[in-house]
Design a protein around this ligand. Structure first.
Ligand code: PAF
Length: 283
C-alpha cells in the first residue's frame, strides 16, 4: 500500500491505469474510519483494479463555529483499516496544497444545496462539491463510492457529476449501523456514554415513522408530528430539522410515498448527528 501526500505524485500514479484500461475506484473520506467506510472500501475493492482511499479533513466544508479543529483524527489506525480492506493507495494531501494562496474557485450545486443540512450549514455543500471535484481531477476515478448516511451530499455529488459531465460512476452504499441502530459516524466519538445512549432516539424516530407509513399513514404533517414526538422525549436531544422530502429532488411534500426521504439532524449535547431513511426501502 502506497501513501501519497503530493497532488502531482497522485496524478502521476493515476496515469498508468488510465492508459492501460485498468479501473480506478475512489473512496473519499475525512479519515477516522469506521465500519461504514470499510464497507465502501470492500465494495470499491470489487469494482476497481486500483483502489484509492483519500483522507482529507476539508476545511472549506466546515462553518466558522463547527468542529474543524477537533475533528477526530487517527491516521495510523486508518492505514491499518485501509490495508485490511485491500487499499492500494492512500492519498492524504495537505490543506496548504489543496488550497494554495489565491485559490478562489467553487462548485455550487444550487438548489439541492439549499434545504436540510444546507440550511443549517451555509456553504457546506459548496465546500464538499469543490473538494470532490478536485479529488476527481487528481485521482481520475472510474467509480467513486459514498455512504447514504450523507444522503443530501450524495444527491449533490450525483448532480454535479451529471451536470459537469464528469466521467465517473457514483455508487451510494447503505448506512452501516451499530448493534443498537445508531448510524456509524466519525462524530459518534464525541458522545459521552450517556449521550451515546440518547443518540438511539434518531433510529427510534425513523422506525416509528416507517411503521406508521407501513400501516398506511401518508400525511406528512402527521408523520412529522409523530417523528418529532419520539425525539422530543429524549431530554438531551435538540432538533435541528426533521423533514420529509422527495427522494431525488429533495423538494417539500405533503403526501408521502415509497420514494419519500425522511431526514433528521439532531444535536445530542454539542454533537450534531444526522440519519435518514427512504420510506419504501429497507432501513
Ligand atoms: O463524507 C465525507 O467524509 C466528506 O464530506 C467528503 C465526501 C470526503 C468530502 O470532504
Amino acid at each position: 500500500m502506497k501513501i501519497i501526500n503530493s497532488i502531482v505524485a497522485m496524478q502521476a500514479l493515476a496515469i498508468a491505469p488510465e492508459r492501460e484500461g485498468r479501473r480506478i475506484a475512489l473512496v473519499p473520506t475525512m479519515g477516522f474510519l469506521h465500519e461504514g467506510h470499510a464497507s465502501l472500501l470492500r465494495h470499491g475493492r470489487s469494482l476497481g483494479d486500483v483502489l484509492v482511499l483519500s483522507i482529507f479533513v476539508n476545511p472549506i466544508q466546515f462553518g466558522q463555529n463547527e468542529d474543524l479543529d477537533r475533528y477526530p483524527r487517527d491516521v495510523e489506525r486508518d492505514c491499518r483499516i485501509a490495508e485490511a480492506c485491500g487499499v492500494d493507495i492512500v492519498f492524504m494531501p495537505t490543506a496548504a496544497e489543496v488550497y494554495p494562496p489565491g485559490f478562489q474557485t467553487g462548485v455550487s450545486v444550487r438548489n439541492l444545496s439549499l434545504p436540510l443540512c444546507g440550511a443549517s450549514r451555509p456553504g457546506h455543500f459548496e465546500g464538499v462539491a469543490t473538494v470532490v471535484a478536485k479529488l476527481f481531477n487528481i485521482v481520475r476515478p472510474d467509480v467513486a463510492l459514498f455512504g447514504t448516511k450523507d444522503y443530501q451530499q450524495l444527491a449533490v455529488i450525483r448532480r454535479m457529476t451529471g451536470d459537469l459531465n464528469m466521467p465517473v460512476e457514483i455508487i451510494g452504499m447503505p448506512i452501516v449501523r451499530e448493534a443498537d441502530g445508531v448510524a456509524m459516524s466519525s462524530r459518534n466519538a464525541y458522545l459521552s456514554p450517556f449521550e451515546r445512549q440518547s443518540a438511539t432516539c434518531l433510529m427510534r424516530a425513523l422506525i416509528h415513522a416507517r411503521e406508521m407509513f407501513a400501516a398506511g399513514e401518508r400525511s406528512v404533517a402527521i408523520l412529522l408530528n409523530e417523528t418529532r414526538a419520539v425525539i422530543e422525549k429524549e431530554a438531551s436531544a435538540v432538533i435541528d430539522y426533521i423533514e420529509f422530502r422527495e427522494g431525488s429532488t429533495l423538494q417539500e411534500l405533503e403526501v408521502a410515498d415509497d420514494s419519500t426521504l425522511l431526514a433528521l439532524a439532531v444535536k445530542i449535547g454539542k454533537t450534531r448527528l444526522i440519519d435518514n431513511t427512504v420510506l419504501g426501502e429497507e432501513l
